[in-house]
Structures are given as C-alpha cells and as structure tokens.
Write a protein that binds this ligand. Structure first.
Ligand code: TXA
Ligand code: MG
Length: 312
C-alpha cells in the first residue's frame, strides 16, 4: 500500500516490518538496522545475495559514535559539508550493528538522507534504518513510490510516498577503510569534484570484479529487461530507426529521440530522469534500447557508470 502517513510507517518499522522510504537519491527498502530478523527480511524481499552489505540511514550525526568505532577527520569534514545528502561513508563498525547488515564485514556504510518525510520518520523511531535501493536485485533502482509498489508491493507492507526523487541516482560512496586514504567506491549523486575541493585528491576503486567490496560494482547491475546498446556519440544515434529502437539521448540533436534526458545537457537533470527513462524504455514497443554516453562532468561519470553496468 502507498501512503503518506509517517506514523503508520513508524509503527510498522517498530514491529520489525519492511517499509519503502523516499530519499533524495532513490527509494529505499527500510527496516530496523539493529534488528537482525528485520534486516534478514530485506534480503529475502529483494532476492539480494547475503554478501551484499546494506547502508544504514541516520537522522542525527550523534548516532556515529554509537554505530562506529572511529570517525576520521576527513570523514567528519565530508559529513559536515554534505549531510544530509547523497553521500555514504564507509566506517569501522561498532558491535551495535548486527553482522547481517554488513555481510560480516568490519565496516559499515552510513548515510544521512535529505528527504523531509524520511527525516521525520527517522526522528519518530529510536533506531537507524538499514535500506538498500527498493528494487529486485540487479534491476534499475526506483525513483517513485509507484516503482516500488509495482515491483515489491506484494512483499512489503507500506510505501511512504515522498514524490519523485530529486537526485535520481544512488549516493556517492566514500570508504574510510584506510582512515587517511579515502577512496570512492561508487560514483553517485554527489559530484566527486565537490569532494576533492574539500579534502583534496581522492582515489577511486570502482573497478569491476567478481568479488566486489561494493556490489554496486558488479558488472551486471541496474539492468533493464531489454538489451541496451551503449554508444559513444550522439551522432551514432542517427543509424537507429526509432520504430525498432527506443532511443535515449540528450541536448538538441536533429534526430527524433524517444526520450530526452535533458535538452540543456544538465547532468543533474539527466541523473534525475535516467532510471525513469530506462523503465519507460522497458515498457515501450521497441525491442532494443539505444542510449548515448553523457559528458563526464558533474554527475556524468555516475550516469555513465549506471549505463555501462546496465548494458553489461
Ligand atoms: O542512495 C543510496 O545509497 C540508496 C538509498 C536508498 O540510500 N541506497 C542504495 O543501497 O543504493 P544499495 O544497497 O542498493 O547499494 C549500496 C551499496 C552496495 O553496492 C553495497 O555493496 C555498498 O553500498 N556497501 C554497503 N555497505 C558497505 C560496506 N560496509 N563496504 C563496502 N560497500 C558497502
Ligand atoms: Mg541498489
């Protein structure tokens, strides 16, 4: 069921149930992060492999001292600048966090989301929320309450409707496994340039491999049901007949597009529309999706990363 009643959501969560929650990035599938049974039911509902750890959502930075054993200086700077917002920090976990949340890893991902309804919800409950994106494992993440209801409605009790997600792609993940050497594990809704402006050059570890530390790194992820052709330039779109191909582009090309992510080629706008576009493409009559890589600036790398993995 979809609704906007925060107290209904809070009371379900207190009973150990699952609730779909709006965040500024994508919708999450939330449960009490301190209750191992509740967390286990997240994995079941999503068909998510148990090796893929969950992000813990907090409403107040005071939780950090309870949930982690250290908070490196650069992590503090990032939290201060970008929380609440599309940033997840990987920090050493305290034993308050059940092992099932982190898939047995000694580190936990923590994020303070910006969406007002979820902030209200978090302030009404006295535990943090473990929440992955609210999609079946490896499908495109949901950016509306209806997306969640369509795919997981029969497995969850309530979806808190906070409207369409403003950022539209998942959080940027910065790991502090080595406290003095932060690394970006996933490009996401926070422009990496803003991170570097604040704490200096940062390493990247977003490589594809079969035993990933962040399974957002899995080659095949964010996938549509239809196959995707990923092109390097808008000009190449010209070769595809829009009657047979669902064509996703941007800018003002002189060819018809099935979906324009942003006429202004604004990476924030493109990110906010990306997952909706892929869902529409999946439902359209054309058998194949064609999409063009976007410029690497702003949220561009995060968008290109999603496109790359969607077509893998
Ligand atoms: O924006 C977001 O981050 C959304 C909203 C709901 O907050 N959540 C999200 O969760 O994207 P999920 O589970 O779909 O992706 C979280 C990623 C996974 O790839 C997971 O492997 C990684 O975060 N992650 C979580 N805890 C980790 C840890 N301790 N070490 C390394 N990676 C971790
Ligand atoms: Mg996900």
């Amino acid at each position: 069921m979809i609704g906007t009643d925060v107290s209904v959501a809070a009371s379900l969560l207190e009973q150990g149930k699952l609730v779909g929650i709006p965040t500024e990035t994508v919708y999450g599938l939330g449960a009490n992060a301190l209750d191992p049974e509740a967390v286990l039911s997240i994995f079941k509902a999503k068909n998510r492999p148990s090796f893929d750890p969950l992000i813990v959502h907090i409403s107040d930075v005071e939780w950090i001292s309870e949930l982690t054993t250290s908070f490196p200086e650069k992590a503090q700077l990032l939290a201060k600048a970008f929380w609440p917002g599309p940033l997840t920090l990987i920090l050493p976990k305290s034993n308050r966090i059940p092992d099932v949340v982190t898939s047995g890893l000694p580190f936990v991902g923590i994020r303070m989301p910006r969406h007002p309804l979820t902030q209200k919800l978090l302030s009404e409950i006295d535990f943090p929320l473990a929440a992955p994106s609210a999609n079946p494992f490896s499908y495109v993440s949901p950016t509306t309450a209806q997306h969640v209801e369509d795919q997981l409605g029969d497995r969850i009790n309530y979806v808190l409707d906070g409207g369409p997600c403003k950022v539209g792609i998942e959080s940027t993940i910065v790991s502090f496994e080595i406290p003095t050497e932060p690394r970006i594990l996933r490009f996401g809704g926070l422009d990496p340039q803003r991170i570097e402006d604040l704490i200096g050059p940062i390493k990247e570890d977003v490589s594809n491999n079969s035993n990933p530390t962040a399974p957002g790194q899995l080659d095949k992820h964010y996938a549509t049901k239809k196959s995707i052709l990923l092109l390097d330039s808008l000009d190449e779109l010209r070769q595809y007949d829009p009657r047979s191909y669902y064509i996703i582009g941007y800018g003002k090309p002189d060819i018809p597009l099935s979906y324009n992510l942003s006429e202004k080629t604004d990476s924030n706008e493109m990110a906010s529309k990306l997952f909706s576009a892929l869902r529409l493409a999946d439902q359209a009559s054309q058998q194949t999706i064609v999409v063009c890589r976007v410029p690497d600036t702003g949220l561009g790398r995060a968008i290109n990363d999603r496109l790359q993995r969607a077509q893998a």
